[in-house]
Design a protein around this ligand. Sequence first.
Ligand SMILES: [Zn+2]
Length: 360
Amino acid sequence: MSGSTWGPVLRDMRLLYYSKILSIVQYASPAWFFASEHTVRQGHVLKSLARRLDMLQGKWLAKISGAMKNTTRIVLRKELHVFRLSEYLQMKTISNHAKNYDTKHAQEIRTARYRALQHNMSLHLFHKLDILAQQLIKLAKGRTQCIKENLAKAKAKREKEGKGEAAQNSTGDEKDQDKDIWGDPACVQERRLAIDQTAKDILNYRAYHEWARYQKKHRKRPLQEQILAIKEPWSLKSLKYYDKLRTRQECTMLLHCRTGFIGLRSHLYRVGKAKTDRCPYCENGPHSIEHLFLFCGGGDKKGVEMADAQRALYANVGEEHFNLSDIFPHHPEKAVQFAISTFGIPQFCKDNWDDSKKQS
Ligand SMILES: [Zn+2]
């Protein structure tokens, strides 16, 4: 359906991941996925199996994004703004449990479980799930803004339907509003929405901090070796850069530039697939994205072409803002067009920076 330089754009391929892959993987997952942190008991998904799911997710994301196969998975998740699969499934199980926690059926099961186990309740698989569901509900109750907005909408709807009493109640104080949502059987949808949004907040919070730890570790590298994605925090913003691009080829080039996993010597040398990291055109610096954008003179072969392309880019960006941290976020489409036309990566054009691999 797609390759790295042909097929739908990144945003559409990401949608495909959610609609065709994740929907199958997560099917009935609240019934089978629960990875306990400290124990391995019957009914828990083993840590090794959870890790395997994460590895599979990495392969899927590389495929749908057009990234190089060995692109660091956390960087890929950051660019696509996708949560780690095992954490996503775990949170789905907890939120599903939280949504059904107060139903009559769930209460009866808890009572039967308690009668059967009594003092050994902690041995039961669902005991920990109960605790996590309670914590999630408590946090969801704290989402007053979302809850109030939904309550206001629900009450406005009832008023429209002509219930005069509802109109009088709508002037009640804010404490009553919270009680309505979590006690009123008619507010099931609002409760579910509050739980879903809280679960998403938790996933975002965890992903943000996991990414921050990764950033801290990799910021020790010299500035010129830092990749663009690492300079930014975990945010939906990174995915929005790709919205400005029209083709799959442009999306893939932007991804390669932002992740640093790209067919240039500086990267290939780092992973042991090139003998040197020197620029094959001018040999005056490392064959890196920064060098090609800012410093490369192009040598005899590429000099004129490089100068023309850089001049055109200067005109769009402005010389005072001519650095990668400005060019890529503000002019992603101009940046990738420059990269596609001058980098000489055969995946994107007929040219090839590697003389030894040029087709005759
Ligand atoms: Zn050069």
